[in-house]
Design a binder for this molecule. Structure first.
Ligand code: SF4
Ligand code: SF4
Length: 280
């Protein structure tokens, strides 16, 4: 079972929920921190990150000695990342998606590829046995999706029954890529107008991908009842409510998980697993 924990809005407690979910999931769980621009789940789960791998995309390299300037590579590039102007070939790395079409279609076999490193994947285990991996994007890189694709392919250290993906904030391509291929989306929100606005955006993505959803309302007690009303109308079950408590905020700031701060949440997260399984 692959569960994505998403929120739309940053700072809603998504990682707080995802890490506690992993801690109660038993031994056959793996955790992917897909927030590659700012991964922070490792601060809570403390894995020993022993394996590292550079990741990126394959950029084309043209050997001018073989190029006849026929223009075929530019024709097939749907991203306009390669141009042939007279006797010159220009490559625009920031537009290239590393799809390989230009190399495949070059009649002279004049195009080879080189890895453009965009970040690193890191993996290891936690003391509680969670098989953990994260992607870390290099500062200034424009595209997170190639790193996410590789992270999702990260070989598991052992067979797993449950995979938890901690999604990036927002509702753009990296979130869609994180949700693609999952079985369920757990949406963490807060009962405020901003929370509701972003919740709706991620619900739309989940619907387009055909994923069932459930909601965790974090910081219950602030804001209004609009999230509750929306979930009732949209038929989305609220699977957990976490009240606004100063001790939770202080504990999280110290790197503690919710089940460290309040061990009684262990049973609530285990019940939530059963509810999720019943919704699949
Ligand atoms: S397809 Fe090959 S031969 Fe034609 S312009 Fe591109 S690199 Fe040169
Ligand atoms: S690898 Fe794909 S995106 Fe990049 S230049 Fe070639 S065809 Fe265009």
């Amino acid at each position: 079972m692959r569960i994505v924990v998403a929120s739309g809005k940053g700072g809603t407690g998504k990682t707080t929920v995802a890490t506690s979910l992993a801690l109660v999931a038993g031994e056959s769980v793996r955790f992917l921190d897909c927030d590659v621009e700012a991964p922070n789940a490792a601060l809570f789960l403390n894995p020993a990150l022993e394996t590292h791998k550079d990741v990126g995309i394959q950029l084309p390299v043209v050997d001018e000695a073989f190029c006849t300037h026929c223009g075929r590579c530019a024709e097939v590039c749907e991203f306009h990342a390669i141009a042939v102007i007279g006797k010159k070939i220009l490559i625009f790395p920031e537009l290239c998606h590393g799809c390989g079409s230009c190399a495949l279609n070059c009649p002279e076999k004049a195009i080879s590829e080189r890895l453009d490193v965009m970040g690193v994947l890191e993996g290891g285990s936690t003391t509680s046995g969670i098989d953990f991996a994260q992607g870390v994007m290099n500062v200034g890189e424009p595209m997170a999706v190639p790193i996410l694709r590789e992270l999702k392919k990260w070989p598991p250290a052992r067979p797993f029954e449950i995979e938890i993906r901690d999604a990036p904030p927002g509702a753009s391509c990296p979130v869609v890529e994180t949700m693609r291929g999952a079985d369920f989306t757990l949406l963490v929100t807060e009962p405020t107008p901003f929370g509701l606005h972003d919740l709706k955006q991620v619900v739309e993505i989940a619907r387009e991908l055909g994923l069932p959803t459930g909601v965790v309302v974090n910081r219950e007690g602030i804001g209004d009842n609009a999230v509750e009303a929306y979930c009732a109308e949209a038929g989305i079950p609220i699977l957990m409510r976490i009240p606004m408590e100063r001790c939770i905020a202080e504990g999280v700031a110290q790197g503690k998980t919710l089940v460290d701060i309040h061990p009684e949440y262990g049973d609530l997260f285990r019940q939530m697993f059963m509810q999720i399984a019943s919704l699949l």
